[in-house]
Design a protein around this ligand. Structure first.
Ligand SMILES: Nc1ncnc2c1ncn2[C@@H]1O[C@H](COP(=O)(O)OP(=O)(O)O)[C@@H](O)[C@H]1O
Ligand SMILES: [Mg+2]
Length: 274
């Protein structure tokens, strides 16, 4: 089982889209058993895969908020919430693609758990209880490094950093890398590695070309971070899929961006020697 978190402190860079598309492609085209965990209170990955009606049914009892110990009705760890109860199987009718949905109330997780010892380790304990044998767990993180993403870092083998090649990305990336290194020292048992930078929303403009080249060079020469060869082009048909609560690879299977995500998934599997 490989656990990969998609992290960047910038919002809108394609974290959610990458998790949803790569998860779908791994399940549909590579016959992998995949669990997507949405730990962003914005619930975007959740609603890219299930409709609001389905979410309403489970929102009070079976989301990542419950898994992470909010709404905790149990007094001892032995009786802790069971992660298996929060899994929605075969989302969008995709065999082998499962989801743990998010909840907007996750915004208050840090407050709720402020006095809880081992609060960065909750997901770790829960994942040990998984009954399904997943090949991949992909975690969609919010644009910060608070308690929920810290839980993600502790359990993850790898981080993929989606980056849109813009001026601010060039500044933010070294900061993100530093902060992750700091957290690794602080979080007990955290052995996560940065697998690489994935360029997303790439336009064929001089500006994007310039920043893409500059960031690749910074990664290689200065911060020793791998950058994936495949880049994801800006494709309007990618963003259109979300309103149908479906991944673009189902709704618009021939969009350029979808082809790019397929190529990227191949590259990822090669990188991981799968
Ligand atoms: N390759 C792409 N081409 C066009 N639009 C994209 C692409 N990737 C993401 N988007 C759109 O950009 C917005 C932000 O993407 P999202 O994946 O939600 O970013 P994040 O999770 O990092 O905040 C969304 O509306 C999404 O549909
Ligand atoms: Mg997101």
């Amino acid at each position: 089982m490989r656990i990969i978190s998609f992290i960047n402190m910038k919002g809108g860079v394609g974290k959610t889209t990458s998790v949803v598309e790569i998860g779908t492609i791994l399940a549909r085209e590579h016959n992998k058993k995949v669990l997507i965990i949405d730990i962003d209170p914005q619930t975007n990955a959740t609603f890219s895969l299930i409709g609001i009606d389905d979410w309403q049914e489970i929102k009070d009892t079976a989301t990542i908020a419950d898994v992470l110990g909010m709404n905790n009705k149990f007094s001892t760890r032995d009786e802790e919430y069971d992660i298996n109860d929060a899994i929605i199987s075969d989302v969008c009718g995709i065999n082998n693609l499962d989801l743990i949905p998010s909840h907007i109330e996750l915004t208050f997780l840090d407050l709720d758990l402020s006095a809880e010892p081992g609060r960065e380790d909750i997901l770790n304990r829960q994942i040990e209880k998984l009954e399904n044998d997943y090949d991949f767990i992909l975690i969609d993180c919010p644009p910060n490094l608070t308690i929920a993403p810290q839980n993600a870092l502790v359990v993850s083998d790898y981080i993929i950093v989606p980056v849109a090649p813009e001026f601010y990305a060039a500044i933010g990336l070294p900061l993100l890398i530093n902060r992750i290194a700091q957290l690794k020292r602080k979080l007990r048992g955290c052995a996560v590695e940065i697998l690489g930078v994935l360029f997303t929303q790439v336009r064929r403009t001089n500006d994007h070309n310039h920043h893409l080249d500059t960031i690749r060079k910074t990664c290689t020469d200065d911060i020793d971070i791998h950058t994936f060869q495949t880049v994801i082009p800006f494709t309007t048909r990618i963003s259109e899929a979300a309103k149908f609560n479906k991944p673009a690879s189902l709704h618009n299977p021939n969009a350029d961006g979808v082809t790019a995500y397929k190529n990227f998934t191949q590259e990822l599997l090669l990188n991981l020697e799968e």
